[in-house]
Design a protein around this ligand. Structure first.
Ligand code: 13P
Ligand code: SF4
Length: 305
């Protein structure tokens, strides 16, 4: 078994070199994918790497909107997804047409959109944001009367509480994060009374209210390294636990809920990465008119942070 995996890894390495490719993997990816990745990170970090890399080919292991974001930022690169069906249900909860209607209802509003949106939706935004910088982006809009914040109503709730701003939002949510319940946190705290509770802002407000820290996935990785705490209860998709344990062998990490699995993040495997490198498929390409408008919203975000 080990031998088979390592020969697969060697083939991936060889093809990566031949095509001048890099493999980017989101923190929720399967351990076997994280193992062959050149970079692991959250949405913001992966977009930044995609924008800066000299590689000609980007193999993006995550969900579709993340690869689209990479393609928006690096139009001259070949952006490939190992499984084109790996979508994000939250991103699919808001279409560009629906957002245009919402904008018509609030013509004066500034429009902020989470990175978990399609390229067409990003093209309708004034500002993009990620879980790392959503609060900073809204705080930067001090002079603006009305703010639309889409599509995640729970992230919007968190940002609204942090900034003191009322936000016009949408009925979007992450089907994985809402599976983490307050009773899960209470149970884990009973088992591990000294553990810090760290949760993602996509969680239910009742869960967020119970946390010691509310962080994006890479902020969690940083926090886990820097904190004095030896035990942590992790309120996000369970895939991150692999990275946390690997990076911090002396510490213990407990998933708040084993139900918090994003099936789309688990579609990518080493086999599919190999085929993607062999066939250089499926390419993710955003039409130029949409790309240019979407890029403006991402650039405005990057200027703020
Ligand atoms: P991060 O940007 O925090 O990694 O979150 C992305 C995501 O899809 C969370 O579900
Ligand atoms: Fe989308 Fe939720 Fe999966 Fe993140 S965890 S990719 S928000 S469905």
């Amino acid at each position: 078994m080990t031998k088979e995996i390592s020969s697969l890894e060697n083939k991936i390495k060889e093809l990566k070199k031949r095509h001048n490719a890099i493999i980017l993997a989101h923190n929720y990816q399967l351990p076997e994918v994280q193992e062959v990745a050149d970079f692991r990170g959250d949405s913001l970090e992966l977009s930044r790497v995609a924008a800066k890399t000299d590689a000609k080919v980007i193999i993006f292991c995550g969900v579709y909107f993340m690869a689209e974001t990479a393609s928006i930022l690096s139009p001259d690169k070949l952006v490939i997804v190992p499984d084109a069906n790996a979508g994000c249900p939250m991103a699919n909860m808001l279409s560009a047409q629906e957002l245009r209607k919402l904008k018509e209802k609030h013509p004066q509003a500034v429009v902020v959109g989470y990175v978990n949106t399609s390229a067409e939706v990003k093209a309708e935004l004034d500002y993009c944001c990620t879980s790392t910088n959503a609060v900073a982006v809204v705080n930067a809009l001090k002079g603006k009367e009305e703010i639309i914040f889409v599509p995640d109503k729970y992230l919007a709730d968190y940002v609204s509480k942090q900034t003191g701003r009322q936000l016009i939002t949408w009925n979007g949510f992450c089907p994985t994060h809402i599976k983490i319940l307050p009773e899960d946190i209470r149970r884990e705290k009973k088992f591990h009374p000294f553990a810090k509770v760290i949760v993602h802002p996509e969680c239910l407000p009742q869960v967020v209210a119970m946390a010691d820290a509310v962080l994006s996935t890479s902020q969690m990785a940083k926090y886990a390294k820097e904190t004095e705490a030896k035990e942590m209860i992790i309120g996000t998709e369970v895939g991150i636990i692999y990275r946390l344990k690997k990076d911090n062998p002396g510490k213990e990490f407990y998933p708040a809920s084993e139900r918090a699995i994003c099936p789309n993040m688990k579609r990518t495997t080493q086999d599919k990465i190999l085929w993607a490198l062999e066939e250089l498929k499926e390419e993710v390409k955003v039409p130029d008119d949409i790309r240019q408008r979407a890029k403006k919203a991402i650039d405005r975000m990057l200027e703020i942070v």
